[in-house]
Design a protein. Structure first.
Length: 225
């Protein structure tokens, strides 16, 4: 039996209320599996006005598909589908190193049966996504530090700590706040280390911010318009 193609995760960030239309556009272009949730942008109102990005409230769409289908979709969004997205924003892909065999087989079969072509994949990985998990209420301070190190903005979603309390004890953390905010910051890879070091130094686990910082390589990125 042929092994299913490796999957990729497409993360799309658009203005609130546009997520449903974007999902329909993706489904017409052979990307069928999606999860939608809400977030907030960190750009100031002045920057939003200059860039024409509308409000700070965002729809975030996570879409899973094969790497070739992801590459084809992002290439089309950057070419003949430019302007077809329902609002401005960004979309980028991240290769998935592991996924359940049943899900992989379903997505691979569904995609192959609906699409004949495939796009090329750029493995230069010139862009990275930094993920900062921080105690609620410290997002502005973290973003100020990130901007000083070269970041332009980020997207926030709220969550709660669900880990073992022994993590705090082992890390020397006196208080582990349950309410968390997750900040997604997409940056050129050459700025990744500088931004991560600055955030960790100023807002790390042993500070009141309690920031946990990680990053993944972005395979492709396009600006939606």
């Amino acid at each position: 039996m042929k092994k299913p193609e490796q999957l990729a995760l497409i993360m799309s960030i658009v203005e609130r209320g546009s997520g449903g239309k974007l999902v329909k556009l993706y489904q017409k272009n052979q990307v069928f599996t999606h999860i939608r949730f809400e977030g907030l942008g960190t750009a100031t109102s002045e920057i939003l006005d200059i860039l024409g990005l509308g409000g700070s409230e965002k729809d975030i769409i996570l879409s899973m598909t094969t790497r070739s289908a992801a590459a084809a979709l992002l290439e089309r969004l950057d070419d003949e589908l430019r302007g077809a997205a329902p609002s401005r924003g960004i979309a980028f892909s991240i290769p998935l190193t592991a996924v359940s065999s049943l899900l992989a087989a379903f997505i691979d079969l569904k995609t192959k049966s609906e699409s004949e072509g495939s796009g090329s994949m750029d493995n230069q990985q010139k862009t990275s996504m930094i993920l900062v998990t921080v105690n609620q209420g410290y997002t502005d301070a973290v973003m100020d530090t990130a901007r000083k190190a070269g970041a332009r903005g980020g997207t926030i979603i709220r969550g709660r700590w669900a880990g073992d309390e022994s993590f705090a004890q082992a890390s020397g953390i006196t208080t582990l706040q349950e309410e968390k905010e997750l900040i997604f910051i997409v940056v050129p890879t050459e700025l990744r280390g500088k931004i991560m070091d600055a955030v960790s130094r100023e807002h790390g686990l042993r500070t009141e911010s309690g920031a946990m910082v990680s990053a993944v390589a972005v395979e492709q990125l396009v600006h939606l318009s």
